[in-house]
Design a protein around this ligand. Structure first.
Ligand code: NI
Ligand code: MN
Length: 227
């Protein structure tokens, strides 16, 4: 059993049978957050890129929980310099067998400057294959790219993609992304956090379900999907 929880914006939890993961844990100052950084825990924290709405509460969470922070080489070094004790650097195209499964970094078309202006390398998405062989693709912040078709060839059980527009794909490109990725299920993220990325996920879901075989799951912040 794998449990995916959306905490609002691009912040997720994934629970496998043995491990808890947090992805881009942005709780403090996140107007869409369903809970607080103090109320969650993690064994591993994944950070997709350097922007503040993704680095979020990582440093405080790592300190309190002792979680290992997984990010690109530049951001992992930056976290080390901030006092995070356990980091695991990876980079785009590279996968590693972690205790919770095989995690591969995928490309993302976006920026990655860190909150203090430090260079944050290139932004990434995540392709996770769990121990029970479920494939979860988390695009995180990105524009549409044609190589999503290659990611789709992996056989995606659950895709997490942004629909907010302005900073990432909007609804029309996100529909194209679903066609490229061919996931069994898809959950939209990175919308309605601020007015700038206001979208209607229900009308997007209707359109995707009319044009693809994917099941669209529109979660409210704090809700989970188990599969
Ligand atoms: Ni970003
Ligand atoms: Mn973002």
């Amino acid at each position: 059993m794998t449990k995916f929880t959306w905490y609002g914006h691009a912040t997720h939890g994934i629970e496998t049978d043995d491990y808890k993961l947090l992805i881009d844990p942005f709780f403090t100052d996140n107007p869409a957050a369903s809970t607080t950084a103090d109320a969650v825990t993690a064994d591993f924290i994944l950070v997709s890129h350097g922007h503040g709405d993704h680095v979020g509460d990582t440093i405080a969470l790592a300190e309190r929980t002792g979680a290992t922070v997984i990010s690109n080489f530049e951001i992992a070094n930056w976290f080390s310099a901030q006092g995070v004790e356990k980091v695991h650097p990876q980079h785009i195209g590279g996968g590693f067998h972690h205790p919770f499964g095989y995690l591969k970094f995928t490309q993302a078309l976006h920026g990655s400057a860190l909150p203090d202006g430090s260079y944050g390398g290139n932004p990434a998405g995540f392709l996770l294959t769990t121990k029970d062989n479920k494939k979860i693709y988390m695009a995180q912040d990105t524009g549409l790219f044609g190589d999503m078709q290659l990611i789709g060839d992996e056989g995606i059980d659950l895709a997490i993609i942004p629909i907010g527009d302005n900073f990432t794909m909007g609804p029309a490109d996100a529909l194209k992304a679903v066609k490229f990725l061919r996931p069994k299920a898809v959950i939209p993220i990175h919308y309605n956090t601020w007015d700038l990325i206001a979208q209607n996920p229900i009308s997007w879901a209707d359109e995707v379900q009319a044009e693809t075989a994917a099941k669209v799951i529109v979660l409210k912040a704090g809700e989970s999907y188990e599969f």
